[in-house]
Write a protein that binds this ligand. Sequence first.
Ligand code: AMP
Ligand code: MG
Length: 495
Amino acid sequence: MILCMSSSSHPFSSSVAPAARVVSFEEARRLVEQHAAGVCPGEMETVDLLAGLGRVLAEGIVADRDFPPFDRATRDGYAVRAADLAEIPARLEVVGEAKAGCWPEPGVCSVGRGQAVAIMTGAPLPAGADAVVMVEHTALAQGSHANAAKDADAELGFAQRSHTNAAQNAALGWGTLGSGRDTLGGKFVDILRRVGVGENFVPRGAEARAGQLLLDRGRRLDHTGIAIAASAGKSRVQVFRKPRVAVLSTGDEVVEIDAKPGPAQIRNSNSYSLAAQVQNAGGEAVRLAIAPDEPRRLRALIEQALIEEGLACDLLLLTGGVSMGKYDLVEQVLGELKAEFYFTGAEIQPGRPVVFGSCGAGAPARADSEAAAGTRARAPAPHKKYFFGLPGNPVSTMVTFELFARPMIEALAGMTPQRLIFLRARLKSEIRTKTGLKRFLPAVLSGEFENAEVELSRWQGSGDIATLARANCYVVIPPELERIEAGEWVSLMMR
Ligand code: AMP
Ligand code: MG
């Protein structure tokens, strides 16, 4: 739903301030996502794999071989033919050993009828075998294992192995272990449980086939992506350049953090929290000087962020100066710069005065069919730059960043768009609130394992970063609810 208010509703409205356009949370988010779908990431660079952590892939990662590259045992035990286990217990002759890293040559180490090969997790399944029985489900055949552990260890060169280990191995049915040479002749194992064909090994290529795409271009590399790239032999990866995000704090009362604040001054925490959030979202923050509540200097700094070639910023985040106060000049100055505003408020708390728009040539980027289909062929008009005016209250700044600025930074970083998904937990104690706004309230998620419960933090409003720092999530309350009982399920946004 879109609620439009005329600009005359602003008590200090100026002729260049934009007409107010306050939209629902969902509409605001949709607008950002649409515009984000039309932006292009920057150039590419190639970095060492670990330096790629947190970066966005500019290339797809393809399997260079089958995954796994051979039928891979997933248990320590005996490679067998399942058909030999019709009668349980079944006594099988142990004819060899398959250990991880060694290729069991067919003929030298293979499983014939009535035979088994001792096998370790990660080892290739020998020819002839079609299942693995866990060692826990086996026992040494009577008479076949006297001194077997000792013999086997000696054969394997495990001279340093402790006596305890050898005893344990014997107890587990490992007593017949050998190197696969003929020294194993005459050693037997009793199989105590039946296995089906295909049990306890992963067939070659079952996870991925050679040439198959494992990681998409546009994927942000986390430790799982790093593992995939490493497995595919990619010691260097091609990633997109991080988008540069200008951060501009406004307010006569705001001073740099290393200055001694006067009695009515506050330190500029927002530039730092925003820079941290920008970094966390995959961007590079460029902190500008603090803009006073004075239009000329404010305009000069905005122009610096939007236009200056040397800064090469892709996005501007302003904080403060977007509310209804007499000295909230951000929208007015952006209006003078012919900015286009997509919304000038969202029905949320905290963060209602949040502003989203763009400056520069051309019509606004739209989510065209290509963008909707997930491709990114449409570049925004040249020099067009997006901006967000985030409310100055520190918690409002942080929440509105997560809700609206993050998806734009992710898109500029080349990332495939991510959906915003809320989790659910049971409410520990009742919530009473007012209707009309979607609320994102600091809360503590506690409990353990499947029993997560959440409780609102008592806070002093959207300037209260001390309470926020003790919280670990936000409870998301729909605009129509006045009261939520303890024990009910509520939505959460982690922070
Ligand atoms: P504003 O949105 O400019 O009306 O500011 C709202 C509140 O946020 C005021 O109490 C400001 O002092 C505070 N504030 C504004 N900018 C910052 C900043 N950069 N760091 C910390 N607090 C700020
Ligand atoms: Mg201010």
